[in-house]
Design a protein around this ligand. Structure first.
Ligand SMILES: Cc1cc2nc3c(=O)[nH]c(=O)nc-3n(C[C@H](O)[C@H](O)[C@H](O)COP(=O)(O)OP(=O)(O)OC[C@H]3O[C@@H](n4cnc5c(N)ncnc54)[C@H](O)[C@@H]3O)c2cc1C
Length: 340
């Protein structure tokens, strides 16, 4: 497939609201396009999305292609994947990015197999660089960086011989820059040239589960690890969170052991967070947990093991038992810092 230098982002929407992850990817795409020398493009599909269409432009999108049809109001895999694949064939971008969401994980592999191109899931970083293989040097290719082998190594994956290079990225992994309301994308309306056979599924009703916590936008998070995984420890973590106006997070084994719901999990397979303050209570700081919280502005770690890896990234470390330290913190906060 011929290729331009452009970077294309799939704009995910539900209920006519553009997903944050798509705007995060537009921000990343502007960096990548600067290095490839191309423009940032986006494709949005739906019905009645007009009020939202300006937003990708505010974050750096140059051209937005919008396919509208009353049959496309709700996401369904077959028509959406076919439209995205068709648009990619027409525009020939060098790079295509999807959110690693339920929608993105559904259509990205369908599109990749239709176009016979590489796809790397759950990237934690994307860069443009050169890659040498058997005397051949690929310049300005997409370096798709992600943990591999259970997080024990960080792999850089390239697919320079098939075009485009496609990647999915989880929500919150790429930083969203502040929007510039004066910046506008060119909006191009495209026809939906699909027949009835392209709509094998009909959405009758949409039932959503409401998240028990919104960790992504929390400014303070108090997180429980296995060192706080007793009913008393969890109760203290929740009490500290309530006292200082924080949300409650957790490490994966705490979630796996049923002590906290899955929405509270922070890390590689949980939520990526960037709060102003992250208090890690009895968390060892394994790479998979750090992947989701290491960019917090300030990190306080409480751990009974002075050699716990969490202390390598913590700004403030307290060596001690969570059952002793947390009550002291609560007392100090309630008494305005005069606790013992
Ligand atoms: C593919 C993959 C994906 C993963 N994704 C995630 C993810 O998204 N999020 C995640 O968190 N993990 C994830 N993990 C698991 C990860 O590897 C670690 O096992 C996990 O983060 C460890 O959780 P923890 O720190 O709570 O428990 P532990 O590693 O058991 O650490 C407990 C810590 O508590 C301390 N401690 C014990 N008692 C006390 C006490 N009384 N007071 C103070 N400190 C105490 C100990 O010194 C220790 O450092 C993933 C693993 C894999 C393979």
């Amino acid at each position: 497939m011929r290729s331009t230098k452009n970077v294309l982002v799939y704009i995910e929407q539900s209920d006519n609201k553009i997903a944050d992850v798509s705007l995060e990817l537009i921000c990343k795409a502007t960096e990548l396009a600067r290095d490839t020398g191309g423009e940032v493009q986006a494709i949005a599909i739906g019905q009645g999305l007009a009020a939202e269409l300006e937003r990708p432009g505010h974050y750096g999108c140059d051209t937005l292609y919008y396919i509208e049809d009353e049959r496309l109001g709700h996401f369904t895999s077959v028509p959406y994947a076919k439209l995205v694949a068709g648009q990619i064939e027409k525009l020939a971008p060098q790079i295509v990015l999807f959110g690693a969401t339920t929608q993105g994980r559904d259509i990205a592999p369908r599109v990749a197999s239709t176009l016979r191109c590489g796809l790397t899931a759950d990237c934690t970083d994307l860069q443009i660089g050169s890659h040498k293989y058997k005397k051949k040097v690929y310049e300005k290719t997409l370096l798709q960086i992600r943990p591999a082998f259970g997080g024990n190594i960080v792999a850089t994956i390239v697919s320079p011989e098939s075009s485009p290079s496609m990647a999915t990225v989880r929500e919150g992994v790429m930083k969203m820059s502040p929007p510039d309301p004066d910046r506008k994308a060119r909006i191009v309306k495209e026809e939906c040239e699909l027949g009835a056979q392209d709509f094998p599924t009909k959405v009758i009703d949409v039932v959503r589960t409401i998240k028990s916590v919104d960790l992504k936008s929390a400014r303070i998070i108090v997180s429980a690890g296995m060192g706080a995984a007793t009913p008393e420890g969890i109760a203290l973590v929740k009490e500290l969170a309530a006292t200082i106006g924080a949300e409650v997070g957790a490490s994966r084994p705490v979630v796996d052991s049923g002590l906290m719901p899955g929405d509270h999990q922070v890390g590689q397979t949980g939520t990526t967070v960037r709060p102003n303050l992250y208090i890690a209570c009895g968390i060892s700081g394994q790479i998979q947990h750090r992947a989701g919280m290491s960019e917090s502005m300030r990190i306080i770690a409480i751990n009974s093991d002075p050699d716990a890896p969490i202390f390598d990234i913590a700004h403030y470390g307290i060596v001690g038992d969570v059952l002793n330290v947390i009550p002291e913190m609560i007392k100090a906060y309630r008494t305005g810092g005069s606790g013992s």
